[in-house]
Design a protein around this ligand. Structure first.
Ligand SMILES: O=C(O)CCC(=O)C(=O)O
Ligand SMILES: [Fe+2]
Length: 372
C-alpha cells in the first residue's frame, strides 16, 4: 500500500516558532510581504478612553473586533505625551551609541530576570530565520516607580518573589545623566495607558469595567528599547539577517512605539506576511499569548517579526503588559460554554513567561546562543 506523505504546497515554507511547550510549525507563503489593509490592522482612535462610559463601550467594540481578527491594531490619540516618547528615544539612542564595554556594564547575564543589555547576534527568536540582528535594553516592574504610588515596603508577601525589576540596570547607566529618568517617565506613561486599556478589554469581554483592576496592581510591565543598527548598502544587499525573528509576545498585550523606518511584519491567517508600516503619532497594539489563553483563543496572539536590511538605524520601544505575575488565572467563564470548554489550565502570567524563557534558555544553551 502506498504511503501518503503530507507535504506543504510548493509556494509555502515551514517556519519554526518557540512556545512554552516546545516548537510549533507554521506554513508561510514565499510571496513577498505586502502592505496591510485597514481591515487587517485597523487604526483606532482611542480618545474615548478618556471619555464617558458610553464612549468607552463603543471603543471596546472596535478593539474587540481587532483583537479577535488579526490581533494587531494601531492606536492614535493615546494620550502618551510626545515629551515622554522623546525622552525615552533620547535615552535609547544615547545608550546604544556607547562603546561595547559600557553597554556590557548592564549585560543581562548580570541579573536573574533578563533585564539589561543584549547584543546583536546573541539571540535567535526563530530557529528557521537565524540570528537576530537587534540589540536591546530591558527593565521591569519596580513598585517605587509605579505611577499609582506604592509603598515599596508594603508589597504583599505573595507578590514579592514575582517582582522582576533589578537595580543593576540603573547602577550601570548612572554615567548617562538623563537615562533613567527617560526610561521611567516613558514606562510610567505606558503603565497608565495600559491600565486604562485593560478596562476596555474587560468591557470587550462583557465584564464589568473594573474586573481586571485587582490583577494589575503589580503588573507585568516590561520596558524594552530595541536597536537595529544601520547597515552599509553592501551589507544590506548581502545580508541574510532577520532584525528580530518570528515570535508571539507573551503577556496580555504590547504597546509598541516604532520609528518611521519600517520593518515590522505580521503573519496573517493565510500564512502571508503583511507589513505593519509606521504611522506617525501612533502605537501598534498587539495581543499576547496570555490574553489569548484567558479568552480561550478568542483574542489572537499573532506571529510577527522585524525584517529590515536598512541603511538607517531603526529604534523601537515595546512595552509588554500583563497581570500581576503571582495571580493564577484560568480561562474566563465568559469565554466558555458547554460546546466550548476551557482549553487551558490556570497559570500565573509570571509562570507562563518563565515557561517560555526556561524552554528557550535550554534551546539557547543547546545552540550556543540565547533564544528569545
Ligand atoms: O521592533 C519592533 O518593531 C518589534 C519588536 C517586537 O516584536 C518585540 O520586541 O517583541
Ligand atoms: Fe514582539
Amino acid at each position: 500500500m502506498a504511503t501518503i506523505t503530507e507535504v506543504a504546497p510548493a509556494s509555502f515554507v515551514k517556519l519554526q516558532l518557540r512556545t512554552a511547550y516546545g516548537p510549533v510549525y507554521r506554513d508561510v507563503s514565499t510571496n513577498p510581504p505586502r502592505e496591510s489593509r485597514g481591515d487587517e490592522i485597523p487604526l483606532i482612535d482611542i480618545s474615548a478612553i478618556y471619555g464617558d462610559l458610553e464612549a468607552r463601550k463603543k471603543l471596546a467594540k472596535e478593539i474587540k473586533h481587532a483583537a479577535e481578527n488579526t490581533g494587531f491594531f494601531y492606536i492614535k490619540n493615546h494620550g502618551i505625551p510626545e515629551s515622554a516618547i522623546e525622552g525615552a528615544l533620547d535615552a535609547s539612542k544615547t545608550f546604544f551609541a556607547q562603546p561595547e564595554d559600557k553597554k556590557l556594564l548592564v549585560h543581562k547575564s548580570k541579573g536573574e530576570w533578563y533585564n539589561g543589555f543584549s547584543g546583536k547576534y546573541t539571540a535567535m527568536a526563530s530557529p528557521t530565520e537565524g540570528l537576530d540582528y537587534r540589540e536591546s535594553f530591558s527593565w521591569r516592574y519596580e513598585p517605587q516607580y509605579d505611577p499609582d504610588p506604592k509603598d515599596p515596603n508594603a508589597v504583599p508577601e505573595e507578590v514579592k518573589p514575582y517582582i522582576r525589576g533589578e537595580q543593576y540596570v540603573w547602577d550601570g547607566t548612572q554615567h548617562l545623566p538623563t537615562f533613567k529618568q527617560g526610561c521611567i517617565t516613558y514606562w510610567q506613561e505606558c503603565v497608565k495607558l495600559a491600565r486604562r486599556l485593560v478596562r476596555i478589554f474587560a468591557l470587550a469581554l462583557d465584564l464589568p469595567e473594573t474586573y481586571f483592576d485587582s490583577l494589575t496592581t503589580y503588573p507585568g510591565s516590561d520596558g524594552v528599547f530595541n536597536f537595529y543598527p544601520a547597515m552599509t548598502p553592501e551589507e544590506a544587499s548581502a545580508s541574510t539577517d532577520v532584525g528580530l525573528g518570528s515570535h508571539t509576545d507573551l503577556q496580555c498585550f504590547t504597546l509598541l512605539w516604532q520609528d518611521m523606518s519600517g520593518g515590522l511584519q505580521v503573519l496573517n491567517k493565510d500564512g502571508q506576511w503583511i507589513k505593519a508600516s509606521p504611522i506617525k503619532d501612533t502605537f501598534v497594539v498587539n495581543i499576547g499569548d496570555y490574553l489569548m489563553r484567558l479568552t480561550n483563543d478568542r483574542m489572537k496572539s499573532t506571529v510577527h517579526r522585524v525584517y529590515n536590511r536598512s541603511t538607517v538605524d531603526r529604534y523601537s520601544m515595546p512595552f509588554f503588559f500583563g497581570f500581576n505575575f503571582n495571580e493564577k488565572c484560568g480561562v474566563l467563564d465568559v469565554c466558555t460554554d458547554e460546546t466550548n470548554p476551557a482549553k487551558y489550565e490556570p497559570i500565573s502570567c509570571g509562570d507562563w513567561c518563565q515557561l517560555r524563557f526556561a524552554q528557550t534558555d535550554q534551546e539557547g544553551k543547546d545552540s550556543k546562543v540565547d533564544a528569545y
